[in-house]
Design a protein around this ligand. Structure first.
Ligand SMILES: Cc1ncc(COP(=O)(O)O)c(C=O)c1O
Length: 358
């Protein structure tokens, strides 16, 4: 069976599992803000049409300036991308023929981007308490040119503190190795500690950001890279002209004005996460120590979660399988945290599953 490599686009999962697609579906496999795009985007949507008839600024200067200001960095520290996915792909091209270590389990695109450009990959596997462990990392870094870390982690939702990042930056610097931190979900953290300023001291630090999750605009494609200007120039050389479209650039500027919407989202997600985790605890289901808008879930009576996944899919509840996450191999399912009504439906379906096992 060929499992889809990502969440979202649920028809691929139904097709792979040879199941009919129900009329009503709830997709928990994509980790998008349940509040939808910020109000300011909806209010100005009509005006964004003007951007369609013009070529976009190939450097996205205005948006770049706004991002740099927010981070206390220079415009030369920012590269915009057609989603964080493009940034990852460009980093892969820069690493062509090199060696990379990926902290696993992690978003699969790092490995894809490395392998396609002939970059050799090793894993640094985190055990399933998901607490940070150096283990034999030093030995691996000796031969490596780059270390990839997803923080907060997709798929677990665990967050590694700034002190751990500083510890890794020192290690990587002493081995002349890049540290690439994917912060696609940083803005869902209530207590995020920014590492942007570390770029001034550590030119080996690359920070990947996505704007598609918090601002619920995965269809628009918008992300960026924060790094030392020399690294930015190197990576930008691989990027096609006009890579970030004009609507995304303008939408990005509006999204950055949405501070209260971010706070509202964090509050909602925290409340819902607490409610869901209490429910799972009362049903003796296991969850990962997530601090953000998704989590791993396991029925501990099963070794792989295939029958649970199938049960949910038949009821139109779509979870993300974990078959292609090294170290998870299908032993967990990943769920986005949605709004209260949708989460209620998920909990009802989980109770239905538990009853069906009796
Ligand atoms: C950890 C992580 N990084 C990057 C991306 C890509 O995000 P974007 O939609 O900005 O391309 C994703 C998408 O799921 C992700 O989970």
């Amino acid at each position: 069976m060929k499992w889809p490599s990502h969440g979202a686009n649920p028809h691929f999962l139904y097709e792979a599992m040879n199941l009919p697609v129900p009329k009503e579906k709830l997709d928990f496999s994509a980790n998008i803000n349940p509040l939808g795009p910020p109000p300011v985007l909806k209010e100005n949507w009509g005006k964004l049409l003007e951007a369609v008839t013009e070529y976009p600024d190939p450097h996205g200067t205005i948006l770049k300036r706004k991002i740099a200001e927010r981070e206390g960095l220079q415009e030369s520290n920012v590269l915009l991308g057609n989603g964080a996915a493009e940034v990852i792909s460009l980093i892969g091209r820069m690493l062509a023929g090199n060696q990379a270590v990926i902290v696993q389990p992690a978003f699969s695109e790092y490995e894809e981007a490395c392998r396609v450009s002939g970059c050799q990959v090793q894993y640094h596997q985190i055990p399933d308490t998901w607490a940070w462990m150096d283990d034999d990392l030093d030995a691996k870094l000796k031969k490596a040119d780059a270390l990839f870390l997803c923080n907060p982690s997709n798929p677990t939702g665990a967050y590694y503190s700034k002190s751990i990042i500083l510890h890794l930056l020192e290690k990587c610097r002493s081995q002349q190795c890049l540290l690439i931190v994917d912060e696609a979900f940083y803005d869902f953290l209530a207590d995020y500690e920014s590492i942007s300023q570390c770029i001034n001291e550590y030119p080996n630090l690359l920070i990947i950001r996505s704007m598609t999750k918090m601002f619920a605009i995965p269809g628009l494609r918008l992300g960026y890279l924060l790094a030392d200007p020399a690294v930015i120039r190197k990576i930008a050389a691989f990027q096609p002209h006009w890579s970030t479209n004009g609507i995304a650039l303008k939408a990005g500027e509006l999204c950055l004005e949405s501070e209260s919407y971010i706070k509202e989202t964090i509050t909602l997600i925290e409340q819902e996460r607490q409610r869901l985790f209490l429910f799972y605890q009362s049903r003796e289901m296991l969850v990962s120590p997530s601090r953000i808008n998704f989590y791993l879930l396991k029925d501990p009576t099963l070794s792989n979660q295939y029958s649970f996944l199938q049960y949910l899919l038949n009821r139109g509840i779509i979870a993300r399988h974990t078959v292609n996450f090294p170290g998870l191999e299908g032993e967990w399912l990943r769920f986005a945290i949605k709004g209260p009504g949708d989460n209620d439906k998920l909990m009802e379906a989980v109770d239905g599953w538990l009853d069906s096992r009796l």
